[in-house]
Design a protein around this ligand. Structure first.
Ligand code: URA
Length: 429
């Protein structure tokens, strides 16, 4: 094969053959196809799309570039196989759901191998949040992960470099060539990692709205449908929820403050939207894994989920009782008028948290554990002029100015009686 022929085929809107796809993904991973050639092909795919067959083959080729984990050896104490279920969110602001969700699902005897990532840009990363817990470590060997799944039932850790290395290379290239926003490429990127990870069931939380990758529901639905089809083709029980990311989840966007809120949820409290989404995703994961009579809200109230959380954190070196880092500096943003808060823009809050130090500008940058934005009101709340709306947190006060600029227009206050449009779970696919 020749890379230029493959690029020309997609440029001229012809379907790629299975053999062409297998070759180009493998040759790119090995460095035989150059970055500029793959960049041209990615752009042709972005512009001209791929059929379902092509997307499925592309996904298989990315899986074949690395190792595949196998949890079929996991056993319950009675010797029966232990089902596995995982969740993937396409990324949002204040999205700490994985933290309470993984231990909650494990309560019901379903093992949760949650391979997670770090934040990039305005969306937070699960590993960055958990690293604010003193001692906690994200990197586990496959053997440690397997042992913890058997012992505790839940693991949240970094994906090893062995899973879908083709995706790692291609994603970095897409990031700098304007080719991230292609549904076949996003779907194959996410699903190659999840299928290689070896989970039996998968629930996708596809975010829609300003704080999400996909700003409109039609695109998000297409992405969700593509990913569900790829999962099912590969024998993974896959379901997707389309959920609202027009406003942040819960009352915190950052790292340590999101851990604190997750612990509140595990203690039976916490903001209702976080509880609702955690419970709904737990129900979907359990259903996919064959557990039909669970009441996850009860396991949050009675401490069973908290018990698994504590063991999960301790197993990875963390101290579940340690005090979390507190920001050195804070500034408050006040409501400019009386009325109903009808909008609180997720993207603006996410960018502000990022600029305060909760996120990174480059992959290798450190994050501030204590930085972020604490919200005092959510859409639907009545507010009075001069009341605190948000508290900005950082260790580096020179960051306040840009964060406040970002937040201009983030909160929209309308006359009393107005109702914000709000629906957390938009659809199920
Ligand atoms: N997340 C991924 O893992 N891949 C993409 O392409 C987009 C989001």
């Amino acid at each position: 094969f020749d890379a230029v022929d493959v690029i020309r085929a997609k440029r001229d809107r012809r379907d790629l053959s299975d053999a062409q796809i297998d070759w180009v993904v493998d040759a790119y991973t090995r460095g035989v196809v150059a970055d500029e050639q793959m960049a041209a092909l990615a752009m042709a795919i972005l512009l001209n799309g791929m059929t379902h067959r092509e997307t499925a083959r592309w996904t298989s080729a990315m899986i074949a570039s690395g190792e595949r984990l196998d949890f079929s050896g996991l056993r319950r104490s009675d010797g029966r196989g232990l089902p596995t279920a995982d969740k993937h969110s396409t990324g949002g602001v204040g999205d700490k759901i994985t933290l309470p969700l993984a231990p909650l699902v494990a309560v019901y005897g379903v093992a949760v191998p949650q391979l997670s990532g770090r934040g990039l840009g305005h969306t937070g990363g699960t590993l960055d949040k958990l690293e604010s817990i003193p001692g906690w470590r994200a990197s586990l060997t496959n053997e440690e992960m397997m042992a913890q799944l058997g012992d505790v039932g839940a693991v949240i850790c970094a994906a090893g470099s062995g899973l879908a290395p083709a995706d790692k290379k291609l994603y970095a290239l897409r990031d700098v060539t304007g080719t991230v926003e292609a549904i076949p490429l996003i779907a194959s990127s996410i699903m190659s990692k999840k299928i290689a990870e070896g989970t039996g069931s998968l629930v996708l939380d596809v975010k829609v709205g300003s704080g999400a990758f996909m700003k409109d529901a039609a695109q998000a639905r297409e992405l969700a449908e593509t990913m569900v089809a790829l999962g099912k083709d590969a024998g993974v029980n896959t379901v997707a929820l389309l959920t609202n990311m027009a406003t942040p989840l819960g009352l915190t966007a950052g790292n340590a403050i999101e851990v604190e809120e997750s612990v509140e949820v595990l203690a039976g409290g916490g903001p209702e939207d976080v509880v609702e989404l955690t419970v709904r995703l737990a129900e979907e994961m359990l259903e996919c894994a064959g557990v039909h009579d669970a009441d996850p809200r009860q396991a949050l109230r009675d401490g069973r989920a908290m018990d698994v959380w504590r063991r999960m954190i301790a197993a990875q070196g963390g101290d579940p009782d340690a005090a979390l880092p507190v920001a050195k500096e804070s500034e408050t943003v006040y409501a400019p008028a009386d009325g109903v808060l009808v909008e609180l823009d997720a993207l603006k809050v996410g960018v502000a948290a990022w600029r305060l130090g909760a996120g990174r500008a480059r992959k290798e940058d450190p994050v501030q554990a204590a930085a972020g934005v604490r919200l005092h009101a959510k859409p639907g709340a009545l507010v009075r002029a001069g009341e605190p709306l948000m508290t900005l947190l950082t260790d580096t006060p020179e960051r306040f100015e840009r964060a406040k600029e970002t937040l201009e227009g983030a909160a929209v206050i309308a006359p009393a009686g107005s109702r914000p449009a709000q629906q957390l779970v938009i659809d199920r696919i």
